[in-house]
Design a protein around this ligand. Structure first.
Ligand code: PMP
Length: 338
């Protein structure tokens, strides 16, 4: 892995926070220039130990295989900063996919190469192979289930890439809890170039809390810890994630309901003439092909229903998140009216 890391990051002496030096327990804390009064007056655990401990059990990994970020968008940004020399190195992804790979690469002044997905939104492995010899490509992003198309990528293709690509492969599993296949976290011991990112924003229902995760071998995780800002996840947000993990039955009940609603919504949408196609989805959203995406999007907004117009990425497609039963009913009613 070392040869993939930016030299300045390898040489970096990370900031050592007051709370690094003294981990916790009882005492009189006069080390961090905090205010001695109040409830949120103390800096949070910079290593998010309690949260990692709970996650390690749930995901069957070690604590040092986990990085906790300010949303998984932080994982994406840090990956560019750790592995890609601005203006020199490149990254690779597929199209259409999640927009932050492009934005984050642009912020970091890294050229992002994109390979179109096949017509059924799978990886075109033959095209990917053409890039294996380019050692300036340090990162490859695979979003699975993919946003906005909703499908899982073929595991065989992903493993082929992991075996044959010399750079870092980030598998973005923001939607994996909704999918019929299991996470690829179990492969982190096998491939030292694999990073799996997940989030509390989707199935765990904590988008407001901004807690994202990277799972990888401990060497890669230590690079993320080296570069992250010292207190990147607030105490409130760490606690929100811990509480969600503790109430596992709430998570799983809601997950079941969302999946049930997805099936109900699909059945209702299939009845509508304006819906030309519903793409298969392993996520908590549906990609619909309609006759005129732009005008449908606007007509829905007029009825106070906000969807995502993705017609620039996939012709005449809108992306719809699965809502509550009531919200889904309102959506279907509005579509019928239109
Ligand atoms: N990856 C994908 C594929 C996403 O769709 C999103 C959010 N829309 C994210 C990552 C970012 O999630 P987070 O809230 O964890 O930053």
């Amino acid at each position: 892995i070392e040869k993939l890391v930016r030299p300045n990051i390898l040489a970096l002496k990370p900031y050592s926070s007051a709370r690094d030096e003294y981990a916790g327990g009882a005492g009189i804390f006069l080390d961090a220039n905090e205010n001695p009064f109040g409830e949120l007056n103390r800096y949070p655990d910079p290593h998010q130990r309690d949260l990692k401990h709970k996650l390690a059990t749930l995901k069957a990994v070690n604590d040092n295989n986990i990085f906790v970020g300010n949303g998984s968008d932080e994982v994406i940004d840090l990956a560019f900063r750790i592995f890609c020399i601005p203006g020199v190195d490149k990254a690779l992804t597929f199209a259409p996919t999640y927009g932050m790979y492009e934005v984050s690469s642009a912020i970091n002044n890294i050229e992002l190469l994109t390979i179109p997905l096949t017509t059924d939104f799978q990886i075109d492995v033959e095209k990917v192979k053409l890039y294996f010899a380019d050692s300036s490509i340090k990162l490859l992003f695979i979003c699975s289930p993919n946003n906005p198309t909703g499908n899982l990528m073929n595991k065989r293709d992903v493993e082929y890439i992991l075996k044959n690509f010399n750079g870092i492969v980030i598998i973005d599993e923001a939607y994996i809890d909704f999918a019929k296949e299991a996470s690829l976290i179990s492969l982190i011991d096998q491939y030292n170039n694999l990073i799996v990112s997940q989030t509390f924003s989707k199935a765990w229902g904590l988008a407001a809390a901004r807690v994202g995760l990277a799972y990888a071998n401990s060497e890669v995780i230590s690079l993320f810890n080296k570069v992250k800002s010292p207190y990147n996840v607030s105490k409130i947000n760490q606690q929100a994630a811990i509480d969600a993990l503790t109430k596992f039955e709430v998570y799983s009940e809601r997950l079941t309901l969302i999946l049930k609603e997805k099936e109900r919504l699909i059945a209702q949408l299939q009845e509508l003439v304006i819906v030309k196609k519903i793409y298969p989805s392993d996520a908590n959203f549906l990609l619909l092909e309609v006759e005129h995406a732009d005008s449908l999007y606007t007509a829905l907004v007029a009825q106070h229903i906000i969807t995502r117009n993705r017609s620039k990425q996939v012709e005449n497609c809108i992306r719809i998140s699965i809502g509550t039963p009531h919200e889904n009913d309102e959506l279907v009613k509005a579509l019928k009216d239109i």
